[in-house]
Design a protein around this ligand. Structure first.
Ligand code: A2P
Length: 283
């Protein structure tokens, strides 16, 4: 175990009764220790945060890493999709807050300047390499499952591979959509990606428990055809479309059934296919 020495601004409540006093931060071996640079809370269930990026850390947009909090011999580490694109100087994450959750109960209290630990190896299937070439990329997400797509839609390479990128995000309530709404808007106005994304990035938000413009589970909206009608697009077609899915277990199971029936087949890094899925982190 490494002891990273004496940080005057460390504010871990468990160790720092007087935050002006220097407090040692215990960092297990083999992980990066990074600083929180920004925290934004959307609701009592969802928040986003940014951390410094280790210079040597490389990842492909859409991949996830294991992150946790320091000060434990055996820290609780959880898989988090990197929500920022691979060119970003910092790393961004979109997290749920689970009451009593082993990690998120504490993680939701982080503040700017706090330390986050991160294992060095990114991985994941929601990457362009796991899909065969196609014309349209559909990214279906629920809740924090939007995170990997926040990365992919900000990566210019995504628009080199696909003519149209259609991202859907379904949450219970309106406020839970703010992260995806803001990310899409910022992407379209971004000096680096805005130009390639405009006219090619299409966003479809929906809610299930509060009235908004589009109501309903995305699975239902696909099956009834309401998604296509609302977006004025052609229905899913396994010949030319590719699909990425990220969200809860129940959602993934249901959407798999739908796309399997439509003739899509699942791909992986080793054997690219016409759709890929990844479970959003919970807990
Ligand atoms: P619903 O409100 O009908 O359960 P959660 O916050 O629980 O992770 O859910 C996020 C969104 O995913 C909610 O809008 C929820 O709808 C939706 N959802 C949950 N289960 C499924 C499923 N099996 N198929 C499609 N959408 C689902």
């Amino acid at each position: 175990m490494t002891v990273l020495n004496l940080e005057p601004d460390m504010n871990d409540a468990a160790l720092a009764s007087d935050p002006t006093k220097a407090v040692p931060v215990f960092i297990p071996d083999g992980v990066f220790a990074e600083k929180v640079t920004e925290v934004q809370h959307y609701t009592d269930r969802l928040f986003r945060f940014r951390i410094t990026r280790p210079q040597s850390f490389r990842f492909r947009s859409g991949e996830f890493v294991m992150i946790g909090l320091p000060n434990s011999q055996k820290p609780v580490m959880r898989a988090y999709s990197v929500a920022s694109p691979s060119w970003d100087e910092e790393l961004e994450f979109f997290s749920i807050k689970v009451p009593g959750g082993p990690l998120t109960e504490h993680l939701q209290k982080i503040q700017v300047g706090d330390t986050i630990i991160m294992r060095p190896k990114p991985t994941g299937t929601l990457v362009n390499d796991a899909l065969l070439p196609g014309k349209r990329l559909f990214c279906f997400s629920t809740g924090t499952g939007f995170a990997p797509f926040a990365s992919l839609i900000r990566d210019p390479e995504t628009y080199e591979k696909f003519e149209h990128v259609i991202v859907t995000h379904t949450c219970r309530q309106r406020d839970e959509l703010k992260y995806s709404h803001d990310t899409v808007e910022n992407t379209l106005n971004d000096p680096l990606v805005g130009e390639v994304a405009q006219g090619h990035l299409h966003y479809f938000p929906s809610t299930t428990r509060e009235e908004t413009q589009h109501m309903g589970r995305i699975t239902t909206l696909i099956e009834t055809g309401e998604l296509y009608e609302a977006m004025k697009i052609a229905p899913l077609n396994a010949e030319t479309d590719r699909i990425m899915v990220c969200g809860s277990m129940a959602f993934m199971k249901d959407i798999r059934t739908i796309v399997d029936k439509l003739g899509f087949h699942e791909g992986s890094n080793a054997d690219p296919g016409t759709y890929v899925v990844e479970r959003a982190f919970v807990g």
